[in-house]
Design a protein around this ligand. Sequence first.
Ligand code: DGJ
Length: 694
Amino acid sequence: MIRTWRLDDRRQSLVLGSRREHLAEVIYWGPRLPDEEDLEALYGAVAIDVTGGMLDLNPELSICPEATRSFPGQPGLILRHQNGEPLLPKFCFEAAEEAPERLVLTYRDETNALTYTARFQIDDQTHMIEAQARLDCEEPLHLHWFSAPVFPAPQLSDEMIDFAGRWCGEFQMNRTPWSPGVRFRENRTGRTGHEHFPGLIVPARGATNARGDAYAFHYGWSGGHKMIAEELPDGRRQIQWGHAARMETKAQKSFETATLYAMYSDDGLNGCAIAFQRHLRDRIVTWPKPGTPRPVHYNCWEAVYFNHNLAELKDIAARAAALGAERFVLDDGWFGDRDDDTRALSDWEVDARKYPEGLTPLIDHVHGLGMSFGIWFEPEMINPESNVFRKHPDWALGGEDQILGRNQMALDMSSPEVRDFLFERIGAVLSHNEIDYIKWDHNRVLPMPDAAQTRGSYALLDRLRTAFPLVEIESCASGGGRIDFGILSRTQRVWLSDSNDALERLKIQHNAAIFLPGAVTGSHVGPRICHTSGRVLDIRFRAWVAAQRHMGFEMDPRELTEEETKVLTEVTAWWKANRDWMYTADILRLDSPDPAVIAEEQLAEGGGRFVVFAGKADTSRQIAPRPLPLARLSPEALYRIELVNRDDAPGLSRGSPLLKAGPVILSGRYLMSHGLTLPWSFPETMWVIEGVRL
Ligand code: DGJ
């Protein structure tokens, strides 16, 4: 018997089919099909031929490929009995539950007493498909690998784009040509990691940021993941995503993958980016105070590090407020005897040497300046040099002889006792002080991957959020080491990178925008001499790069000259005046003809206005600036374009491009096909252009 199902939004259709009671396979995924499409005919048409050297039928590339069905590639599920013997599942159809935007398929393996369930959900507004798989067993079993429902990848695609990175260099794009065999990315560090952001884009041949077809994936899990992108001998391609292999350390009777987010875009990589940005902001993140503007942030880390002095911090807070800051975050160093990073993690009590009257005098001062107050924790960690470790050495995860990371160990978050302790200590700090923000850090990898650890962290976050629903949380892990939709369903901001170098940041946030909206992406104005790169950057560039996202400051404001103070105050005021519409704007990465220019357009909901940030990351090869084509404007509409910071043009810009003189009115068609011709500029500077539809 043939069965077919379809899920549609206005831009895409996902069609699944199954024969002979076998597991379903995705038989079509791409542009929206007509309602009248005969899906049985389509299923027949999709079948590939058989020739010499092939089996007599092609095994289906199902949502969970099974070795028992002669599938020639990587299976979707690898299990063992408790005695270590392999168990080879073979599923048969049991039930389908269909609703317009939702499909749940259940399959049963009677011999092995297993039930497999795949859930698909499509969002008509954001174009996101969510897919998740679950396995129920009658006997506890060992799980080695379990893929979320498997999607095919297009064959008209020459390469795939995935993401690598490092501390202070997150979200680097890798382009790998497709070839027969497997591209395998696995993160065994126990946290999402700088090194392997769980995202993949499969562009069809010729796709750019603004044009063409592209497919994109993100696995929403914070514990380390595995991706398999495989081209089979017959040319078909499959994409699998799941937790890293063998992360379940105990035999269990049920297993669940995290949610896989996937979508097709007919609008280039930007079509994928918009779907991820909107879905994350509007469906995944839960905002403690919806509708309130994102406050300008001040974080004291790079100003004082562990050297907390109340009078100095008060002075810094006052200066930050004068610049325009609306939230003050007290970073690492306020608890235990934490004078450096060798000690005190987990001793979550205010250091009476630094704060003899507790945090209240600082918090009151900060509130008096009109700012809210946030505080740093690193809940999952413990230093062997701490009171808590001396009392509970058994709370640490991993062996005694393990290699430390930043002098610390992870706590065993699967232990309810550990979680209760953390809930009580963090809860006490939040209850006794007026705090409405936590920066939640995680500065080392785990000694081994363990899914129970991640579930424990999620449980603690969930419990704290229930008890303190108005507290916002920022996910930080030495910068961008824990950024994914799993953690972001429990937090509201990410510390994208420890690099406050505006040049590095420009690149990192440009690529991260494929997945992250501005509303959740922290970006701070760093010190004049960057602490992580040694680079010296002008305040204008530092300020505008921070103004591209959720703006903040992290330098010591006492270092600012009068001129720097003036520039920073002005750019901050610009950000405040624009943040409301930028909150819901789409960030579109522009196809810059000059590789030295990294540019984006933030287009307001409804398309009535936009801002372009064109960052000059390098010197150009050619002498004059190349025109920069904009994206997603209305071709027939006219736009009033203005170079916001035209006064920044250097003396070496000797000509008279119109934008240097004042606003210009141009059509969407011209702006998208020819592009904006900007004045000549130095490297490490930014042009900011506002546009309003007339
Ligand atoms: C790493 C973070 O990324 C920094 O911003 C800072 O919070 C330090 N940890 C504090 O130890």
